[in-house]
Design a binder for this molecule. Structure first.
Ligand code: NAP
Length: 274
């Protein structure tokens, strides 16, 4: 039976098997999606074995391997090359391995769906997630983009990669002019972390607030945005969006996505469908 999987260290926490199995069942496709615990030292041997397995369609790649897999692949999709990170490896029919970055789609797709084009971007954070976030914002037509980070040197490095972006310290977070998309790609707002220090009330009413954090799903940033009547995009929109692109790459079919992914969201949050 054909299959794909997610690899990482640790891996038990990954929600990818739940998502892909939900879509496989929804389409009635014969296939499986598993998880595999792979430590850094085992990566080359793991990929060599899988490359020889014609049933293996590929794998998602999570921490800490998103950069380490790159030299082990035969080709890189241009977006993955730009991001300098791979979260999805696809086995071609001849056994060649191509690296993709579907986190970029995970950011761009919900932004497009929210009609976010022709807005300026505010990215908070400059870690691994922020890299894909900026490329996803660009793909959705957001420009110019300002990067705010606690460690401003890291924001500079990211702004340089994006080209034409501005880098600023977190303490300078303030509204610019016109329509804006605020994207939190930092760990702030996660359980046990401080909230994002931003005064959303100072931003225009058409501001869109996107939080990549999904534990908790309702972060202080999103709760405040909703209180102010601003449009919001949550971390599950990104998680599901990146998985949808990977599913198509692995299984050659678009997942069935209905009612704003209500059933899948309920499965992922353990809450009943409303
Ligand atoms: P990372 O590489 O460790 O980067 C963490 C970022 O958060 C850095 O910019 C760091 O600033 C900043 N930060 C951490 N604690 C802070 C604090 N107390 N005050 C100010 N800034 C702080 O992590 P990552 O991989 O980029 O992930 C970031 C977040 O994105 C996580 O919550 C992750 O769960 C989420 N994420 C979500 C998805 C999704 O599908 N929804 C996908 C990927 C990631 P410094 O540079 O100053 O340390």
């Amino acid at each position: 039976m054909i299959y794909a999987e997610v690899i990482g260290d640790p891996i038990a926490q990954s929600k990818s098997p739940l998502i892909h199995r939900h879509w496989l069942a929804g389409l009635g496709l014969e296939g499986d999606y598993r998880h595999a615990h792979v430590i850094a030292e085992a990566l080359p041997a793991f990929l060599a074995t899988r490359r020889a397995d014609a049933d293996w369609r590929g794998c998602n790649v999570t921490m800490p391997h998103k950069e380490a897999v790159i030299p082990l692949l035969d080709a890189l999709d241009p977006l993955a090359a730009r991001a300098g990170a791979v979260n999805c490896i696809v086995r071609e029919a001849d056994g060649r391995l191509t690296g993709h970055n579907t986190d970029v789609d995970g950011v761009a797709a919900p932004l497009r769906a929210a009609g976010a084009g022709r807005a300026a971007g505010v990215v908070i954070g400059a870690g691994g997630a922020a890299r894909g976030a900026i490329i996803g914002m660009e793909a959705a037509g957001i420009a110019p983009i300002a990067v705010y980070n606690r460690t401003v040197d890291k924001a500079h490095a990211l702004a340089e990669m994006a080209g034409g972006s501005e880098a600023l310290p977190l303490s300078a977070l303030a509204p610019g002019a016109g329509r804006q998309v605020i994207l939190n790609a930092s760990s702030m707002g996660m359980l046990g972390h401080p909230p994002v220090p931003i005064d959303l009330a100072a931003f225009p009413a058409e501001t869109i607030v996107f939080d990549m954090v999904y534990a908790p799903l309702e972060t202080p940033l999103l709760a405040e945005a909703r209180r102010l009547g601003l449009r919001t995009i949550d971390g599950l929109a990104m998680l599901i969006g990146q998985a949808a692109r990977a599913f198509t790459l692995f299984f050659g079919a678009e997942p069935l996505r209905v009612d704003g992914d209500a059933a899948l969201r309920a499965l992922l949050t353990g809450e009943p469908v409303t």
